[in-house]
Design a protein around this ligand. Sequence first.
Ligand code: KIV
Ligand code: ZN
Length: 513
Amino acid sequence: MSDRVYIFDTTLRDGEQSPGASMNTAEKLRLATQLEKLGVDILEAGFPAASEGDFEAVSEIAKKLKTTVVAGLARANKGDIDKAWGAVQHAVKPRIHTFIATSDIHLKYKLKMNRDEVVKAAVEAVRYAKGFTDNVEFSAEDGSRSDRDFLCKIFGAAIEAGAIVLNLPDTVGYAIPSEFAEMVRYVIEHTPNMHKAILSVHCHNDLGLATANTLAAIHAGARQAEVTINGIGERAGNTSLEEVVMALHTRQNYIPFSTGIRTEFIYPTSRQVSRITGIVVQPNKAIVGANAFAHEAGIHQDGVLKNPMTYEIMKPETIGLSANKLVLGKHSGRHALRDRLKDMGYDLSDEELKLVFDKFKELADKKKHVMDEDLEAIVAEGILRSAEVFRLEYLHVSSGTSVMPMASVELSINGRKVRGAEWGNGPIDAAYNAIAKLVGTTSELMRFAISAITGGTDALGEVTVRLKENGLTALGKGSDADIITASAKAYINGLNRLEYLKEHPVTATPQMV
Ligand code: KIV
Ligand code: ZN
């Protein structure tokens, strides 16, 4: 059996199912380009039947990527498969990924089908997809809670119909590593013609075991791992790409398998995903968390100074975490900025660089040292935000110990300038009231968090908000040296994302059949 493990990234599909993590086409394209640079083998770009927006994003990604397999998800029906093919057909290497649930509980309550009917639907779907491309993957949704012999039967039938990858998902994050490994071994041993296909696993993190289950499955013979950056995804998330890849990389002596991932792009990719989705990486997150390489205890620091390997099992540089975090200042030129951004994973066009450079100079005038985190914020503000309906043009607040806080705001709404002023309990409340009135939003502010991007009183303030309107949720992020402006930008970013969701309604999700 080969020792190569294929990395199937589903950040743009299952990852996007994280609450509030919707991305627009431009953002998905940028991330897809970064994921190709990272070296993922297969990129699941979306679920084209879910919405017009998903279809468009998958098509654009398929046209853009040069070396990566681009997969589109489809339920086991002709309509979904037509849509998936319609979107991925432009790819250099297209894949159709079709699925149907196989557990008795899903059959009885969700599908209302018996096992024979499910096998028939799976076979028909794979055959139909095979009419478009040889690269067809079949997934048995809720596989980990399915009867093992039924799994072997449906996988065998899917191989006969032409599937080249069989995916065994732990859809609800229920499996335990030793049990999952045993299941993988059983399926590999008992599925007819398994040698003609690759077994894949796709785990969710409901019990915090997604990475452990994925590694156990690889050890037991699985050769494709379905993962997301930062482990984002439905509910508690999916298996995290960086954890699986770095576990394989670090523990070659125990699990001697390789991937095609260029590990030095892990950290920049993690940062981009966090920036674009607005989902903050928890500080103690393995590999990419802010504290992942920080040694607090004196005894550890002493050891690390004598020999880093006393307490460090990985080098920060391996994942692209630069030791030299202090980068540029007001005398730095455009070239230095471009080089630094390139190291951070941002390949900007001349036009984009100009925009970022102007903002960088503005910040460098206020702040002596411009750090990587500041640059990320500038890129996010200037480049990653696209498709804006609302834009902040002007903000003035007055507040203090003995004045009623008031905000005057000018917005451009689809290019038309509007102005207004409102009172509030504090300056942020006043700014939000003024913006809400101008936009006419009925959204509710579910969460508001503010933090400093770097240390010091001159640090950029970063604000994250979660907005909800008519069942839609969106995250918004904003940063600025002024925290009231950062708050206004975050609110407006959230409102823009809500607008995008309204214009691109999701008509189906993978859990609906
Ligand atoms: O979790 C799951 O079962 C899925 C499938 C659609 C592969 O995401
Ligand atoms: Zn999933």
